[in-house]
Design a protein around this ligand. Structure first.
Ligand code: ADP
Ligand code: MG
Length: 238
């Protein structure tokens, strides 16, 4: 699904900073992968390139066999809306919209009617155990609830891949385990997930750990035999 060949990226704001130094990587459909490394190692840069939020300088990025190179902003936005769901450390919910409206937002951009958007959003909130919180504003929700709203919002447009940048970075360890268990269930339903983290406990929830250091992939660890955590609730089973 994802094929990266010798991807290089340098930032030129100030002194040039060569952040990605020849990344080669393949990710198959249905994988649950983490990208792990120290702060500043280039994880977010790599994820942003994968999510078409940023351009790379040299190399090739193929997504479903299509070369993603210097796309126009319109074309990149079209791919993003159709194929990719994002989850962020800081949730990125819209503060003046309630949980249901936040979840429904991607459908607004697909010109789905308000009634249909809200019905769909309620269904996803229900799956994530948040039906009773649909009309609450983000500042009335706990961190874990906010991240579940963000997961519902990422899922509603039925993307092919979900990219999560430090999705548990703002959560306590119990809530963090719960969020990772939900992402595991999302993966069990067939979704491809890529999670960036600097925490080994989070990476250990995924099936493959890509270790990145100073813009280079150091090693790729098969973690498919890791212990299943006891938090399963069957949220995504349908
Ligand atoms: P990580 O997510 O692993 O912490 P990043 O990919 O965010 O690392 O950043 C890698 C390096 O690139 C860091 O030194 C960071 O300061 C720098 N960097 C990130 N984004 C930019 C930018 N837009 N402009 C200039 N430098 C950046
Ligand atoms: Mg980062």
């Amino acid at each position: 699904m994802i094929h990266l060949e010798d991807i290089n990226k340098t930032y030129y704001s100030g002194a040039p900073l060569h952040v990605l130094k020849g990344i080669n990587l393949d990710i198959e459909r249905g994988e649950f992968v983490s990208i792990m490394g120290a702060s500043g190692s280039g994880k977010s840069t790599l994820l942003n390139i994968l999510g078409l939020l940023d351009n790379y300088d040299t190399g090739n990025y193929y997504l479903n066999d299509v070369l993603m190179k210097k796309l126009s902003e319109t074309k990149a936005a079209e791919y993003r809306n159709r194929m990719i769901g994002f989850i962020f450390q800081s949730f990125n919910l819209i503060s003046f919209k309630n949980a249901m409206e936040n979840v429904a937002l991607p459908l607004f951009y697909q010109n789905v009617s308000r009634k249909k958007r809200n019905i769909e959003a309620m269904e996803y909130l229900d799956r994530l155990g948040l039906k009773d919180w649909a009309h609450h504003m983000p500042n009335e929700l706990s961190g874990g609830q906010k991240q579940r709203v963000a997961i519902a919002r990422a899922l509603i447009s039925k993307p092919q891949i979900i990219l999560a940048d430090e999705p548990t970075g703002a959560l306590d360890s119990k809530t963090s385990d719960e969020v990772m268990e939900i992402l595991k269930e999302v993966n069990d339903s067939g979704m491809t997930l890529i999670v960036v983290t600097h925490e080994s406990g989070v990476a250990n929830c995924t099936n493959k750990i890509i270790h990145i250091k100073d813009g280079i992939i150091e090693s790729i660890e098969d973690n498919s035999n890791h212990n299943i955590s006891p938090f399963g609730k069957g949220i995504m089973m349908k």
